[in-house]
Design a protein around this ligand. Structure first.
Ligand code: 2IT
Length: 447
């Protein structure tokens, strides 16, 4: 494999799809050496096939807003790779959604899902719909219109979407209701992240954040330390940031900063249970303002407009919001303030420059596809419970999530251990995920 050549041909075929090209380049650079030791991969053109989605659906979503005006959005589903199981991955509702973003997310999802130990292929979808400022009724009408197009491509053994940025339990509910009406299929397994009374798995809402902290615990233990008393800065206040703040606090760390698109809230004494609960209200309000935390808790939280969480002194940085939210300059600022660990909880939350800066300055960095895989893994557990028509108790789901995160960490160590004994988590995660998908593709022939 010649990474440069493959990237050139991809860039020519898909001009301007920068996030997608960034995600592919990172993986190819990591796996190049291992790939070249397997002539059978080269012969079957595994990489050339793996970097292109199996198929993509694009559709118009038309709906009527509260003023009676007709609105039109673009909807997508990218079925990226089905080699190891049904397509599985979230739906993102965000004004910046386009094919490049969903192809990068679907590509990442393929390797992430492979890491979970469960049989799930990679997919991703969404729409350029902006939930900010929308009423509940508008959200419902949009979700219904979106599902009117998507439902035919889904099925519990075909393609199983879930939430992502802008899509939480409420949106999954509206989409699932419409799916049932159209498909006349009352199986519960066609979406995950469902409510607890209609087939949802206990712990799914918390799972991405909880899993990320279980991974962080293993990473810290491997580095000879633990999480107790460590300070944490995290970005976002959505579902993922909420789960991460909850578990970090429970494990004895101090969350000293959360941020939003408007700025950062510094919380010198650490976030409290009340404040963590308030994150949920902030998300549900669709205001998208972190300043609300400081307005509600003026004694504990100080808001600064225009600053990121990475400007706050911390031991551990946890990007929990959006791709490329932590750049090279942010990484330098963190390092100057003494940060030693960065666990990426968002998908591709750090730019290549940030990762390089971390890795060359002794900061231990772990990539999203390993750190945040607890979310989709628990979706996989939800599918299992749905298929068996039962539901497990919290302790059972939590034990399985623990086991999965430990397995993912072990896989990263196995494939990412360097000669000096330190771990390259990027390489470890990419090689471990790649080897599984590549092997599956090879054994299933040229299709
Ligand atoms: O990025 C992700 O892994 C998710 N948004 C969760 C996907 C899922 O199917 O639970």
């Amino acid at each position: 494999m010649n990474v440069e050549q493959i990237m050139q041909s991809l860039a020519a075929k898909h001009p301007g799809e920068n996030e997608y090209l960034q995600a592919v380049q990172e993986v190819l650079e990591s796996i190049e050496e291992v790939y070249n030791q397997h002539p059978e991969f080269e012969k079957a053109k595994i990489v050339e096939r793996m970097v292109e989605p199996d198929r993509i659906f694009t559709f118009r979503v038309t709906w009527v807003d509260d003023n009676g005006e007709v609105q039109s959005n673009l909807g997508y589903r990218v079925q990226f790779n089905g080699a190891i199981g049904p397509y599985k991955g979230g739906l993102r509702f965000h004004p910046a959604v386009n094919l490049s973003m969903l192809k990068f997310l679907g590509f990442e999802q393929t390797f992430k899902n492979a890491l979970t130990t469960l049989p799930m292929g990679g997919g991703k979808g969404g729409a350029d719909f902006n939930p900010v400022g929308k009423s509940d009724a508008e959200i419902m009408r949009f979700c219904q219109a979106f599902m009117l197009e998507l439902w035919q491509h889904l099925g519990p053994d075909t393609d199983v979407p879930a939430g992502d940025v802008g899509v939480g339990g409420r949106e999954i509910g509206y989409m699932y209701g419409m799916y049932k009406k159209l498909a006349r299929e009352y199986n519960t397994g066609v979406l995950t992240g469902k409510g607890m009374t209609w087939g949802g798995s206990i712990l799914r809402p918390e799972a991405t954040g909880f899993g990320a902290l279980y991974f962080t615990e293993h990473l810290l233990a491997t580095a000879g330390t633990d999480i107790k008393g460590k300070t944490v800065a995290l970005s976002g206040f959505g579902n993922v940031a909420w789960g991460a703040a909850t578990k970090a606090t429970e494990l004895g760390a101090k969350v000293v900063a959360i941020s939003g698109p408007d700025g950062v809230c510094e919380i010198p004494d650490g976030i409290t249970k009340e404040m963590i609960d308030y994150m949920l209200e902030m998300r549900a309000s669709n205001r998208n303002k972190v300043e609300d935390m400081a307005t509600k808790f003026p004694a504990a939280a100080k808001f600064t407009a225009g600053k990121k969480a990475w400007s706050v002194k911390c031991d551990i940085a946890l990007p929990c919001a959006f791709q490329n939210e932590l750049n090279g300059d942010d990484a330098k600022e963190l390092i100057a303030n003494g940060t030693k660990y960065c666990c990426e909880v968002s998908n591709m939350g750090c730019t290549p420059e940030a990762i390089h800066t971390f890795q060359t300055n002794g900061v231990i960095f772990a990539p999203g596809k390993a750190v945040n895989a607890g979310g989709v893994a628990t979706s996989g557990l939800e599918m299992t419970q749905n298929a068996a028509h039962l539901s497990w108790a919290p302790a059972e789901v939590d034990a399985k999530l623990h086991f999965i995160m430990e397995s993912i960490h072990e896989a990263c160590v196995k494939f990412g251990k360097k000669e000096d004994g330190t771990i390259d988590y990027v390489k470890g995660a990419n090689i471990a995920g790649f080897m599984k998908v590549a092997q599956a593709m090879l054994e299933q022939g040229i299709i």
